[in-house]
Design a protein around this ligand. Sequence first.
Ligand code: ADP
Length: 617
Amino acid sequence: MKKFKTESQRVLDLMINSIYTHKEIFIRELLSNCSDAIDKLYYKSLTGGVSGLSRDDFAIEIAADKENRTLKISDNGIGMTAEELDNNLGVIARSGSLQFKNENEKNDDVNIIGQFGVGFYSAFMVAKKVEVLSKAYGSDEANLWVSNGSDGYEIKKAEKDGHGTEITLYLKDDTDEDYYGKFLDEYELKDLIRKYSDYIRYPIKMAVTKYEEKDGKEEEVKETAVINSMTPLWKKNKNEITKEEYDKFYKDMFYDGEAPLLTIHTSAEGAVEYKALLFIPAHPQYNYYSKGYEKGLRLYTNGVLITDMCKDLLPDYFSFVKGLVDSELTLNISRETIQHNRQLQKIEKSIEKKIKSELKNMLENDREKYLEFFKAFGLQLKYGIYENWGANKEMLQDLIIFRSVKEDKMVTLSEYVKNMAVDQKYIYYSTGSSVEAIKALPQVEKVVDAGYDVLCMTDNVDEFAVRFLGTYEEKEFRSVAGEDIGIKDEVEDTDENKAVTEFMKEALGDKVAKVKLSSILKNHPVCLTSEGELSIEMEKVLNSMPNVQGDNKIKATKVLEINVNHPVFETIKKYYAEDKEKLKTLSEVLYDQALLIEGVTLESPTKYAEQVCSLLK
Ligand code: ADP
């Protein structure tokens, strides 16, 4: 009995005691080894040295034996000599092993198994004993490697027809938590092969049950069938694939009943090489806008699935994209961890660019479809601008659209700027609960009357995103409810006017910072604007967050604007001269009214109602 090398023993212990939930990935690991072994022999045949081998001769076979609880996986690849069995299976993959071990000590979960694969030893997640019977190509001697994991392994001479390797797993006993018997079930095995190794380039054969009519009776027969499809859709030529094929592929792979809104089939060559098949769903997944949602793309290398959720391949703001990437990298643990991270980063950047250009193309050439897209995922793009202090605004600012008050449709920022009046300095926007509510706002009327367009911001995140944008094509964003909107608003500064506004400010106390007269308000007697960084809308959004309460409440610096052209202003002046107590009440009522127009709930609606009544007396 030989002992495993210390390093190997540690990884092995990890496998034997694995709490990893995706134990099924051992199938992927073993099939991928078979495929590699066949590759090695096949290349040898192509480069001379070996003759009389044809590609069609190669195959992988899986056989389950329920009675003995064994699973056999065999290939007719290059095989191993006794020395190779000793070297290859006694020592875990050489170069990356140390990193793997360290990584695991840090994480102390075995997530990395799913990420990068751990090869042959994963068999010990499901088997109590493993036998490897192998005959190297060109040798007439076969050998059997046997191990029950913990004690070590033995290698002895054996008999085998033909070259290649046959691995027998003696499955662990079933427990309350784990039902290992499922790996002997024909349907389960078929599913797993299709899930993880569908695109292995050699046939994976297995005996399957068929039903045949015989003398009027249905009879069960076993028949050997190829389980994997061998050619991945994404490796086919685009013009050989129909929309129906793409749609079916998407629906099957991502469990969506609906065809995707957009399919992107692309490949890159040069510094990074990959093929990708990406989809934008028609609607957000049920949990898309919640914490439970996981972003990521499936990652294949050489047709073998490495992980079905590689989150490093997608930025958060494109997290709605589904799909897969197939890259020729050997992403197994024998590569340096750092190296493939860098590779992945490059692929990610390239994919990100591609998604952006496809979206831009849709925006420019198929606006109707883009509107559908934006309805589903526009919010995500706007969050993308807001997140990371606006670091990604360059990437995203051309992809967002807002409803224009003047044009009554969705416009891009670039379209807004193109349509700006000659004397217009700013990009105007207004927040509000709906487009209708925004259109009715006195502040919006002011700006539209001056001949300028206003963008409607109805999502909570909008104004925050705009703050991070700051400018677009060097034009500054200005809220119509801001202090200085750059529109002439002159009111004669008489003593009487001054006295009236000062009195009203006094009456309102610290509810407002200022009361000012305005000549450009149209139909409404008053409106609220704000000074400084924080707008009234932001105050509303921030204060609605669960962790902002009581003394923590945030306050915008508010300004009450009074329309000097409205009959109410005459009443104000009259009360100032005749009944100051009444003006006090009127001031409070007008302030509350302005809040209501903004969609802010009043602290005391009862008090407001009583005050209105008292004024009517
Ligand atoms: P990796 O495949 O990442 O190198 P593994 O632990 O899966 O690591 O396998 C170790 C080595 O054992 C392989 O590199 C290969 O040389 C050898 N090996 C494993 N399975 C087979 C097989 N079916 N046929 C031939 N060689 C194999």
